[in-house]
Design a protein around this ligand. Structure first.
Ligand code: 5GP
Length: 191
């Protein structure tokens, strides 16, 4: 019997470089990346359907009501959620689906799918985090401060995660996650 793909959840403060690492990972055929829905405005260069599905609040509310989201959360004043259909379809096709989501959503998924793999990614140090957030140049000072504060709050959830990956370099972090997923797929309990 063919086994379903696994759910791989990657959280970590904005500015931890999750997005870049995930981009590296999904070059491999065994992974599929879930594209989230959000009410946040697109940043320059972000493309509808590739980075996010950008919706207004009402459309997002409708998706919630229609039970179209696997999880959702409010983060720094905007809503974010994972469209359910794509994830379930990819898992049925034996793909390991990567969700790059924040902690509240990650813990909601863990409740529904205890087998999911929770990975928390951190930058090498707090200074580096601020640097990455600032250099991105897409947020104003108030948003950066808000996200820094939220990053500190999110760190408190680390003990609830299965793995911690330090994003020193993209290549090393992607390799670490690949190793985690490979080892998880060999667990006797999954076979
Ligand atoms: P950003 O605005 O920087 O793209 O994302 C802000 C935070 O929301 C990040 O921590 C990101 O991982 C998280 N996020 C993105 N998509 C989702 C989602 O579908 N659900 C949840 N719960 N968080 C998400």
């Amino acid at each position: 019997m063919k086994r379903e793909g696994m759910l791989v959840i990657i959280s970590g403060p904005s500015g931890s470089g999750k997005g870049t690492v995930v981009k590296e990972l999904v070059k491999q055929d065994c992974f599929a990346l879930s594209v989230s829905a959000t009410t946040r405005a697109p940043r320059p260069g972000e493309v509808e359907g590739i980075h996010y599905y950008f919706y207004d609040k009402q459309t997002f509310e409708n998706m919630k009501q229609q039970n179209e989201l696997l999880e959702w959360a409010e983060f720094c004043g905007n809503y974010y959620g994972t469209p359910k259909k794509y994830v379930l379809k990819q898992m049925a096709e034996q793909k390991n689906v990567i969700l790059e989501i924040e902690v509240q959503g990650a813990l909601q998924i863990k409740k529904i799918y205890p087998d999911c793999i929770l990975i928390f990614m951190i930058p090498p140090n707090a200074k580096e985090l601020q640097k990455r957030l600032t250099e991105r140049g897409t947020e104003d000072k108030q948003t950066i401060d808000r996200r820094m504060n939220r990053a500190i709050e999110e760190m408190e959830f680390i003990p609830q995660y299965d793995y911690i990956v330090i994003n020193d370099t993209v290549k090393k972090a992607a390799e670490a996650i690949y190793s985690i997923v490979t080892a998880e797929s060999m667990k006797s309990s999954r076979n």
